[in-house]
Ligand binder design. Structure first.
Ligand SMILES: [Mn+2]
Length: 347
């Protein structure tokens, strides 16, 4: 099997045709971007600015919270910045990566249509674009962008190769979660071009004291029932603590489903993780949250949010209990079950 195959060649051509009248481009990631979306966005910006000479900026909504993601941007000198109102002014075309508008996890304006959408999440009915490249069979959006980059014939800067390697490895937990042959091939193509020292500095960053405080809270507020674990973090200073905690708790022995909830600004952030490759976590969480908010994801990972009219403690606690009970019910534990603390007093 050749990598990349002719399909990406064809798609790159069509993408460039879609950009023929573009004078300026903004590439938008999802809110609180992860390494997959950041590396995909900077690679798209590099392709467009180098090949078509179109001035291109990478923008994100929310914050970059996770220490690894901050290290990635800082140590690789990636040019990404928070979104401002003026990014959406007329005359600027918009591209989105690793997300689709109107799914609740991004700040794409409702009155605009993106020129380009490149993503590996399932296509939503509402998604429209001049150029659409959705590949759900890929473990990472960064793999799609790696194919474009390899086909473009452009020189591959070490910072971009390193960013994409980390994008693929973190999205797939070192190629173990939802990674397919394409992801492995992309990673292997990038590996010789990546800066190993910088890669290590991204994977093992210093952690804030806040991180340890939240970790302690997570441990004390985790409850188990059979193969399920649920954690309520309460108020958090950094939305990325929620997916981080869900990943971490899933490592507990015998646990195959993890739910984590955290209160951030005007919403409750929800993450689901499962070790079940057929878990359909995205659909699971969309049904669990229902009309209370929005959610998305894929086979083994999913994220969502519940917008709250009030963040009053009682109200949030009640909502969180509802979600936790719903989580257990969807796993087949029909009656209201009693969960036990993860940290039982030592015997
Ligand atoms: Mn992704």
């Amino acid at each position: 099997m050749t990598f990349p195959n002719g399909e990406s060649q064809e798609r790159l051509k069509r993408m460039e045709e879609a950009l023929k009248d573009t004078r300026r481009l903004v590439v938008l990631t999802h809110d609180n971007p992860d390494p997959d979306s950041v590396s995909s966005a900077v690679t798209l910006a590099y392709l467009v600015s180098q090949r078509l000479k179109i001035p291109t900026k990478v923008k994100y909504g929310g914050i970059v919270g996770r220490a690894e993601n901050r290290a990635m941007i800082r140590n690789l000198g990636l040019r990404v910045s928070p979104l401002t109102e003026s990014d959406f002014k007329p005359g600027v075309d918009l591209a989105v990566v690793d997300m689709q508008p109107r799914t609740g996890n991004n700040s794409f304006p409702r009155n605009r249509k993106p020129l380009i959408v490149i993503d590996h999440h399932p296509l939503r009915k509402t998604t429209k674009a001049d150029f659409l490249d959705i590949r759900t069979e890929y473990g990472a959006t960064a793999t799609i962008l790696t194919e474009y980059l390899l086909i473009s014939g452009l020189e591959i800067p070490s910072a971009i190769a390193t960013a994409l390697s980390y994008g693929i490895s973190s999205e797939t937990q070192d190629l173990g979660r939802e990674a397919r042959e394409k992801d492995i091939q992309a990673y292997l193509a990038l590996f010789p071009l990546s800066n190993k020292k910088l890669l290590a500095s991204i994977e093992h960053p210093k952690l804030s004291r806040d991180h340890f405080i939240t970790l302690s809270r997570a441990l004390h507020h985790s409850f188990i029932y059979k193969n399920a674990i649920a954690t309520s973090l309460g108020e958090i200073s950094n939305p990325d603590f929620v997916p981080f905690t869900a990943d971490f708790m899933l490592r507990c022995e015998r646990i195959t489903w993890a739910l984590c909830l955290g209160r951030y600004k005007d919403r409750i952030i929800v993450s689901i993780r499962t070790t079940n490759a057929k878990g359909e976590a995205g659909r699971f969480l969309r049904r669990l949250i229902g009309k209370r908010g929005t959610a998305g994801g894929h086979g083994m990972i999913a994220g969502g949010q519940i917008h709250c009219t009030t963040m009053e403690h009682e109200h949030c606690t009640k909502l969180e209990e509802e979600i936790t009970q719903g989580f257990l019910k969807k796993l087949g534990y029909k009656d209201a079950v009693e969960m036990t603390p993860l940290l039982l007093p030592s015997q």
